[in-house]
Write a protein that binds this ligand. Structure first.
Ligand code: SAM
Length: 260
């Protein structure tokens, strides 16, 4: 994978040229609404927002949504395309791989939902990302990751997907979770839920060490999210009931390609 400034330049050029990614079709949006229905006043953070399509869906569901991306061109495009959704949707430049920047610029326990659609694969340290997300989520909040899987991609496109080990790293330590499979697009969506009350695993230092032991004891409770990991390993992932993909019209016209 290209890294650092050249990776960011790649994304800037991509968005400045008016390119996008896989559309969020009506079916994906409906599954999202069912997986993480917002309560009144709920706040969402969409990391790696690209052109802002997914963030706009979240805002449409009722989340007060902050869309972040490290590409200036992406943030500008999101603001431009969805100006009518302000203040429910706002966009800001932020490098989510930079721990200090995330700590300084985002509120701790400030979000009920953190989403990463086709973005986690591009963040280098998945363990650090998961810890960062835990710090940002309010008790009971969700981390929802939509991703391609390397098992379903040709070797030359593995950089855009998560490997079974990445999925295991991502789901490790989350006591609750469920998943669905957007089969025709080859994407998996995993929703992981933070414990409802603050627990030691959100702490740092000694508390985090104790959290690791707690996590190991709690692993069986992961249930369906772990089943997703296992089925990815075996290459037998199947859609959740009702998850057959129907291709729908894009949420907004223009500028989005079918493939990452
Ligand atoms: C494949 S695109 C997905 C865009 C959008 N989520 C979608 O589904 O259309 C990946 C996005 O992640 C962003 N990204 C990559 N690394 C990032 C980082 N370190 N911090 C913030 N955004 C990042 C890229 O700029 C790009 O917009």
């Amino acid at each position: 994978m290209v890294s650092g400034a050249s990776e960011r330049d790649h994304w800037d050029r991509h968005f400045a040229a008016g390119n996008g990614f896989r559309r969020v079709d009506a079916h994906e949006a409906r599954l999202l609404a069912g997986a993480v229905p917002p309560r009144a006043g709920a706040r969402a953070l969409d990391v790696g927002c690209g052109l802002g399509t997914y963030a706009a869906v979240l805002a449409g569901l009722g989340y007060r949504t902050l869309a972040v991306d490290w590409s200036e061109a992406a943030v500008a495009a999101t603001r431009d395309r969805y100006a009518d959704l302000e203040p429910r949707l706002s966009a800001r430049r932020l490098d989510f791989a930079d721990a200090a920047e995330v700590t300084a610029r985002l509120p701790r326990a400030g979000f009920d939902l953190v989403t990463m659609r086709l973005a986690l694969a591009f963040l280098p340290d998945k363990t650090a990302v998961a810890d960062r997300v835990r710090g940002l989520l309010a008790p009971g909040g969700h981390w929802l990751v939509t991703t391609c899987l390397t098992d379903r991609l040709p070797a030359e496109r593995h950089r855009i997907g998560l490997s079974p080990d990445d999925v295991a790293t991502m789901t490790d330590g989350w006591p609750h979770g469920h998943w669905y499979d957007l089969e025709l697009t080859g994407m998996l969506c995993v929703a992981l839920r933070q414990p409802a009350a603050p627990s030691r695993e959100n702490g740092r230092g000694k508390a985090a060490g104790r959290g690791r032991a707690d996590r190991a004891r709690r692993r069986p409770a992961l249930g369906t999210a772990r089943a997703a990991v296992e089925s990815c390993r075996r290459g037998t992932a199947r859609p959740a009931p009702g998850a057959a993909v129907r291709r729908g019209a894009p949420q907004r016209p223009g500028g989005e390609s079918e493939r990452v």
